[in-house]
Write a protein that binds this ligand. Structure first.
Ligand code: 5AD
Ligand code: SF4
Length: 467
């Protein structure tokens, strides 16, 4: 079996982090990473199950590899992550040329599994235990932690990193497959988190994003003391070298005053809060089992705005959930209009096998209605986002430069500069001309124009000049 591997990642930030950690683990085990699929002996897909569409794309990518496997049977094809946990052996039925199926709670064993595969040659399916019908303790133990190896070179952006503070989810929103595929909620110890942040800071990392499916539900008890997310933020804040701290995704019910005060009082913690509402209708929220009413959600937003004036608040919405009427949708529109989120991710409901919603209610909102509601809500959100962004014209914002902007590719302007992109503390995307040595630096950018999702401007000064 050859040693060159390639990995393709879809889905959320948790998957991006897992892929980065898998790359590091495989490098450590002596494998070589190649950035092009055609150069690889081992082709890995890190997959997502949140919506059907993401799975369809992976199954068709797998289908396209059938021919390659027939021609070159020595190539290894692996399916990792959420879809592996959800579909398990079914993947081998639908794509018999797949060699490896490894759930997110088992990817830490990938080097060992690849070796086993090399020895036996027969397909391997390694997944964690199903949450139903087995003791919670055994289920928990079957989701293994995936640790960061000391390999700074594998990070695409060395000055930014994700740090997981918890695994899994216990909220069981009725539409969501995550609790099933990512397993029970398990917080990591504050000392483990801090060690990781310190290691990253030593490697030159400036921005840390703490990750958890419900990051603000974090809790850890040890020696009679309980740590909540606000305590972890306070400790990470003390790590020298770290300049910005972000955290996603928040669960509305756990947006407690101590957390808001931490964001207010700790200058490195960005005033950017992603707190998905999912719907503006109480009837739908109840069906989704979100655990709050729209009035409670609005109160929570009011508390954020009172404690952290100017905070950027973003949300997720699902349109066309089972039984969603025009009236329910109008309530969502009203919430978006009243709240003026910085931005919202809007999704059409996709029934997920094994979830309560898929078991209990038909997927009865027609596809065209879902599409129309999606477009309508997106248009409203975009109008609001653009109006809000106009406030920035003429202002100077501090940007951490990430790289060449996607839209401009790597094309140079006539004066030799590139179109660069970066983000503000409030997670606003900023595009401006500049040279590539600004990547990884903080710069001051004066904003000249805006769209719904981007601020455009020019650099006033790189950091050394301003502070
Ligand atoms: N259908 C559509 N969107 C979903 N999400 C989660 N499950 C589903 C589903 N079955 C959305 C939610 C969540 C985001 C990550 O994905 O809005 O916040
Ligand atoms: Fe899914 Fe709800 Fe958990 Fe978020 S909180 S991961 S939507 S079950």
């Amino acid at each position: 079996m050859g040693k060159r591997f390639y990995i393709e990642t879809v889905g959320c930030q948790m998957n991006e982090l897992d892929s980065e950690l898998v790359i590091a683990a495989l490098l450590e085990a002596g494998y070589e990473y190649v950035p092009r699929r055609q150069d690889a002996d081992i082709i890995l897909f890190n997959t997502c199950s949140v919506r059907q569409h993401a799975e369809d794309k992976i199954y068709s990518a797998l289908g396209r590899l059938k021919h390659l496997k027939e021609q070159k049977p020595g190539k290894i094809i692996g399916v990792l992550g959420c879809m592996a946990q959800k579909d398990q052996g079914l993947i081998l039925k639908r794509a018999p040329h797949v060699d490896l199926v490894v759930g997110p709670g088992q990817v830490a064993r990938l080097p060992e599994l690849l070796q086993k595969l090399g020895e036996s040659g027969s397909p391997i399916v390694e997944v964690s235990l199903d949450r139903r019908g087995v003791s919670q303790q055994r289920v928990r133990a079957s989701f293994l932690p995936l640790d960061r190896k000391e390999r700074p070179s594998v990070r695409v952006t060395p000055y930014q990193a994700y740090v997981r503070v918890m695994y899994g989810c216990d909220k069981f929103c009725t539409y969501c497959v995550v609790p099933r595929v990512r397993g029970p909620e398990q917080s990591r110890s504050p000392s483990e988190i801090l060690d990781e942040v310190r290691q990253l800071a030593d490697q030159g990392c400036l921005e840390i994003t703490l990750l958890g499916q419900t990051v603000n539900s974090y809790h850890w008890t040890e020696g009679g003391k309980t740590w909540r997310l606000s305590d972890v933020l306070a400790e990470v804040h003390e790590v020298e070298g770290i300049r910005r701290i972000k955290f996603v995704t928040n669960y509305p019910c756990d947006m407690t005053p101590d957390l808001l005060q931490a964001v207010r009082d700790l200058p490195k913690v960005c005033p950017y809060l992603h707190v998905p509402a999912q719907s503006g209708s109480n009837r739908i929220l109840q069906r989704m089992k979100r655990g709050y009413t729209v009035e409670e959600y609005r109160e929570m937003l009011a508390a954020i705005r009172e404690t952290i004036p100017g905070a950027a608040i973003t949300s997720d919405f699902i349109v066309g959930f089972c039984g969603e009427t025009e009236e329910d949708f109008a309530a969502t529109v009203k919430l978006v209009e009243d709240t003026r989120f910085k931005n919202s991710f809007i999704f059409k409901y996709s029934p997920r096998p094994g979830t309560k919603a898929a078991e209990l209610w038909p997927d009865d909102v027609p596809e065209e209605v879902k599409r129309d509601r999606n477009n309508e809500l997106l248009a409203i959100q975009n109008r609001i986002a653009e109006e809000e962004n106009r406030r920035f014209v003429g202002q100077v914002v501090e940007v951490l430069v990430e790289g060449p902007s996607k839209a401009s590719g790597k094309q140079r302007q006539s004066d030799g500069s590139l179109q660069l992109t970066g983000r503000t503390a409030c997670d606003r995307i900023v595009v401006f001309p500049g040279s590539s040595d600004l990547v990884g630096q903080f710069v001051s950018v004066k904003i000249e124009a805006v769209s719904a999702v981007t601020l455009f401007g020019h650099v006033l000064a790189a950091e050394a000049a301003v502070s």
